[in-house]
Design a protein around this ligand. Structure first.
Ligand code: 13P
Ligand code: SF4
Length: 325
């Protein structure tokens, strides 16, 4: 239940946003107060789409830096603000533009598919971006005889390779420290303790690979194991009739899941799966960002122009994932 103080804070934030002609976007991993006050909440693909179409002149991006950069790339004339520019991403840091150029030189003719969790400079070297909700469709859109360089997440890459059965796909060995920390043995123990529960697993998890293996071995039930983006989890939560769902992703996700379905019991596979970067965005910093217009996110125009083509190709292919208001 919202306390009167929280309510007053939320009203102040919405009034400030209206006064500054700003829209507040929040990723599903943000703290509950921020998710509740935002104009739009969603996964990275849904938020990219919203950023490209909102009428306001300013976007306050409550998420991590690469997401705010993507908003800048898509809406270059708008002012993009992140409440704390130090909110990075350990996965985005696993590949630089220079490393990608060297990798491309080793595979001439290959198509580069980069997860949106990359810097603008890496996107500028990319043919087509993807998110966890459309990675399979993006790779399927590339002719079967053309080699693919997939970066930077090895677990998402393994998931895509399994789904597309593509042999000519090279995968960069990056990982997110939060999701890599959710491992198969933990999952196996949880499933053993909760034999009736459904499983929602983000494809960045170390356990995504072993969950598929365990499912094929019959250790975890295949029909109750779902590999989903954060937006896909929300769609599945709206319709599930399961009493209990075990959720393998950053714990901020539980807030939206519990909001859209109050009868199912959603529990984390790993309570310690907390992204310290996502949690750098606090209610106080959001208010400060609205009042003082900081931190502004900028991307050099030449990099933004090259990166835009790869992001727009992704948006054109993207599967629809719902965004909350
Ligand atoms: P989604 O694309 O599923 O929102 O995930 C983004 C992310 O950062 C995962 O850690
Ligand atoms: Fe990056 Fe991982 Fe945090 Fe997502 S959860 S923003 S991939 S560090």
């Amino acid at each position: 239940m919202t306390s009167p103080v929280d309510q007053q804070w939320a009203e102040r934030i919405r009034a400030l946003a209206a006064e500054k002609d700003a829209v507040i976007l929040a990723h599903n991993y943000q703290v509950p107060e921020i998710q509740d006050v935002a104009h739009h909440v969603g996964d990275s693909l849904a938020l990219s789409r919203v950023a490209a179409t909102v009428p306001q002149s300013t976007i306050i991006f409550c998420g991590v830096h690469f997401m705010a950069e993507t908003a800048k790339i898509l809406s270059y004339d708008k002012t993009i603000i992140i409440p704390d520019e130090r909110a990075g991403c350990s996965l985005a840091e696993t590949i630089t533009a220079e490393q990608l150029r060297e990798w491309k030189a080793q595979h001439p003719g290959a198509v580069v598919v980069s997860y949106v969790n990359t810097t603008a400079a890496v996107k500028a070297e990319t043919d087509i971006c993807c998110t966890s909700s459309n990675a399979v469709e993006v790779v399927q859109s590339i002719p079967a005889d053309v080699p693919v360089l997939f970066c930077p997440d090895q677990f998402l890459g393994a998931h895509v390779q399994r789904m597309t059965k593509r042999k000519n796909m090279h995968i960069w060995m990056g990982e997110c420290h939060v999701h890599a920390g959710i491992n198969g043995s933990e999952l196996k123990a949880m499933v053993a303790a909760e034999p009736e529960a459904e499983l929602f697993i983000h494809p960045e998890c170390g356990c995504a690979t072993s969950a598929m293996y365990l499912a094929s071995e019959g250790v975890v039930p295949q029909e109750r194991t779902h590999i989903l983006s954060t937006g896909g989890m929300l769609d599945a939560a709206r319709t599930t009739t399961a009493k209990k769902v075990l959720v393998a992703t950053e714990t901020g996700m539980l807030h939206q899941l519990r909001k859209v379905n109050v009868t199912t019991d959603f529990q984390p596979v790993n309570r310690a799966a907390v992204c310290k970067y996502m949690k750098m965005i606090t209610p106080e910093k959001l208010e400060n960002a609205l009042m003082n217009g900081t931190d502004v996110v900028d991307v050099p125009r030449d990099i933004a122009d090259r990166a835009r083509a790869s992001v727009e190709r992704m948006i054109a292919i993207g599967t629809p994932s719902r965004v909350g208001e």
